[in-house]
Every structure is written in structure tokens, then in C-alpha cells.
Design a protein around this ligand. Structure first.
Ligand code: ATP
Length: 251
């Protein structure tokens, strides 16, 4: 019986280089099928949280972590990042990491090779490029073009599209609004909400832009100095004057 929580993070502590304590006993949960926003200012520990979940933190020099993280009931510490991707956990990193010297379509092909663990020949099953293009028609128009020539918004679409190739149950999204115009932010968050609603994909959404994040999220957590200081249903957080003023800096 699948648990109603797709992700359970319990009491995570992370210390970098024996000096910087980035997370201090952080706990959070993502209910299956929901979008959960993780909010907080610069340096609060949001990216560190996502890296701890996807296993990327273990690859970083000088990072020490403790606590427990269950993805779909499975301790993530027992799996390599690659295995986690195959089991349905995708991490869209901050700064839209795409291969700039490859075309849009080649970026999607590379994502599917990463899934099968092969570097040549054909992927085992034909990856669902049409799924990606159905959410991002713009990527279909630009599929023969180099990813390096895409606009910032298009690169963010491609970064999310690469994650979709794995047909994930949970997507970790690190600051998808970063550096984008308000119009594009609205577009991309509309698509994020559609992917969640139509496919039931759960998401943990890290954002500094609390307004847009809480507009699509079901629940929210606010992180300060490596600790959760408040959490609750998204519309309650968004509508609470004290939360807005003291935690979200929205006056
Ligand atoms: P931002 O939005 O700026 O990325 P964040 O909330 O994601 O902020 P983190 O990037 O998780 O915060 O950083 C949390 C703390 O850990 C900060 O003090 C940061 O300087 C520190 N930190 C992050 N990565 C490393 C690292 N590789 N080595 C040392 N310190 C780090």
C-alpha cells in the first residue's frame, strides 16, 4: 500500500566543512499528489534541503548529513542519485542546467540515456518527448536549435522537460522563477500547476518568490537559518498578515 506521503524528511542536520551548519533539525513531508512550497530567504538552506533529498549532497566535498529521508517509503541514503531518478525522483537544479552545446531534442535524449544508464545506442524504451512538447510547445518549435541560444525562460522549460522524461512521481524544483520576467514566471507556474493536476506529480518547490509559489502550492513551509519556523496550508500562509510581514518580507 503506497503511503500517503511521497516524501518524509526527518530531523536533517547538514554541516559544510565542519564549520557552516546549513540545516538544524529540519523536518517536512510531501503528501502524494501535492505541491509543497519551501520558502525562505537567501542562505536559509533551501538548496541544501533539495540536495540532501536527491542524494547530490553526498557527492559534495565536506558536507556531513544526518537524519532520515524516505522517498516512497525508501531510505534515500541507500540509493545513488541515478537510482533515485529511475525510481521517480527528479531534481531540477537552480540555474537551469542544460547542455548548451546540444540541441533541445538532444538534451531530452541525454536525459533519457541518463535514465537507462547507457551512453550510446538506443534508449530501452522510446522516451516520451511528446509529453514534454505537449506541456512546452515552445520547445517543440525550437527542438533543432542549440539549448545555449534559448532564452532564460525557454532554458527553464527545458530543465523541467528533462526532468519529465523520467516520468517522475516527485519533482524537486529549485527556484524556477529565478531571473525570469513576471510574464514568464506566470507561464511556467501555470505549467507546473497543470503537470501536477493532470499527472498527479508531487512537487517540492523551493522559491524566494513566495507569492507565486503559494499560489500553486497546497502547503507551505518557511525555512529560516536551517529550521522550519512555520508551516500550513498555502492559502493560510498567503493570507496571514504576520507571516507575510515577518517571514516573507511582503509587508
Ligand atoms: P540560495 O537561495 O541563496 O541558494 P538557500 O536557501 O538555497 O539559498 P543554501 O544554498 O542551502 O541556501 O545554503 C545554506 C547555507 O549553507 C548558506 O550559509 C551557504 O553559504 C552554505 N553553503 C551552501 N553550500 C555550501 C557548500 N558547498 N560549502 C559550504 N557552505 C555552503
Amino acid at each position: 500500500r503506497p503511503s500517503d506521503l511521497v516524501l518524509e524528511v526527518n530531523n536533517i542536520e547538514v554541516i559544510y566543512n565542519k564549520a557552516v551548519q546549513a540545516l538544524r533539525g529540519l523536518s517536512l513531508a510531501v503528501p502524494r499528489g501535492q505541491i509543497v512550497a519551501l520558502l525562505g530567504s537567501n542562505g536559509a538552506g533551501k538548496s541544501t534541503t533539495l540536495k540532501a533529498i536527491s542524494g547530490l549532497l553526498a557527492l559534495e566535498n565536506g558536507a556531513l548529513a544526518s537524519g532520515s529521508i524516505l522517498f516512497d517509503g525508501l531510505p534515500v541514503a541507500q540509493l545513488a542519485p541515478q537510482q533515485l531518478v529511475r525510481r521517480g525522483l527528479s531534481h531540477v537544479m537552480e540555474g537551469r542546467r542544460v547542455f548548451e552545446d546540444l540541441t533541445v531534442e538532444e538534451n531530452l535524449v541525454a536525459a533519457s540515456y541518463a535514465l537507462t544508464g547507457r551512453s550510446s545506442g538506443r534508449p530501452d524504451a522510446r522516451p516520451d518527448y511528446d509529453l514534454v512538447y505537449s506541456y512546452f510547445p515552445r520547445l517543440h518549435e525550437r527542438r533543432k536549435g542549440l539549448a545555449g541560444y534559448l532564452s532564460g525562460g525557454e532554458q527553464q522549460m527545458l530543465a523541467i522537460g528533462r526532468a519529465l522524461i523520467a516520468e517522475p512521481t516527485l519533482i524537486l524544483l529549485d527556484e524556477p522563477s529565478l531571473g525570469l520576467s513576471p510574464r514568464l514566471v506566470e507561464d511556467i507556474f501555470g505549467i507546473i500547476a497543470r503537470i501536477n493536476a493532470e499527472r498527479g506529480t508531487s512537487m517540492l518547490l523551493v522559491e524566494q518568490n513566495a507569492t507565486v509559489a503559494l499560489a500553486v502550492a497546497h502547503r507551505g513551509y518557511i525555512l529560516e537559518n536551517g529550521k522550519i519556523v512555520i508551516d500550513g496550508p498555502a492559502e493560510l500562509l498567503a493570507g496571514d498578515a504576520d507571516v507575510r510581514e515577518f517571514y516573507l518580507g511582503m509587508g
